[in-house]
Design a protein around this ligand. Sequence first.
Ligand code: DAH
Length: 347
Amino acid sequence: MNDLASVIESARADFAHAGAPAELEDAKARYLGKAGLVTERLKSLASLPVEEKKARGAEINAAKQAIETALAERRADLAHRLLEMQLAAQALDVSLPGRSRGGGSIHPVSRALERIEAIFASMGFEVADGPEIETDWYSFTALNNPENHPARSMQDTFYVDLKDDEGRWLNLRPHTSPMQIRHAQAHARRYAGTAVMPDVRVIAPGRTYRVDSDATHSPMFHQVEGLWLGENVSFRDLKAVYLDFIQAFFETTELKLRFRPSYFPFTEPSAEIDVMFEHGPLARRWLEVSGSGQVHPQVVRNMGFDAERVIGFAFGSGIDRLAMLRYGIDDLRLFFDGDLRFLRQFA
Ligand code: DAH
């Protein structure tokens, strides 16, 4: 093997050995750099006799070209390997299943509430919202509760460690009935001094609180208050509206309603509303779903209306109870435990 052939071979071996671009450039310098093996040989041409120069020059140039070709190949090789490594590091496996966040769902009480709102909205009722911390006047006095009524007692109502302007303790509203007063008052103010006959149709759903806890009572529960006041709104309208509502809510006409005489200070006459299904697991039992009655004239006055002109009905229904009946749930506490095994069934 002549010396040039061994230089080419050694250059190829060095290039192959270089694992990174910088090493390759070092190897290149050893052959093609200023003091490189090939460069030195080119320089040595000067000392050769003229007749040898041409042939030797051509040989050295051929060797130089062979080394340059090997260098270019190795450069391309290394660049390709680098790209492969980068691609492998960023690899996306498009066949992997996506990371799921878990589907949310609407709580059964919220579901019941949404249905109630939609049904009453279709009958022209507004939906009102009000404070959960109430004054004594809105929770009791305006609703015609006598001063010593047991509902005011500490055993039934949660009190807040704050007093209102009259020096009375604020309470966590024990029912949604204060919203009858608040909403009607706003209407009465709007219509005061005009000849327009008021037509107040509203439901007020929300959280309510009582000192009570067992399978069918929770210290926090939900009620929906209903109120319709106008010139000639009678008990008959209450029956029609409530029957429409219950039939729509339970999606069946195969049920009966019963208005059972009762007592509430804010209505006269007053009735509990019971429902009986003709079919299904709850068939042929009267189930209480609501209190109701004709709004007491004193309450109408407390709202700011003329009780000689304005008359109407009100009701207060337990939303949790309606949801329990609709979904066949026998323990109210399941709604508030937050157990996903229960809640997922409504997803
Ligand atoms: N506020 C009553 C309760 O909490 C329910 C109720 C009864 C509301 C009769 C009414 C009504 O509006 O007319 O038990």
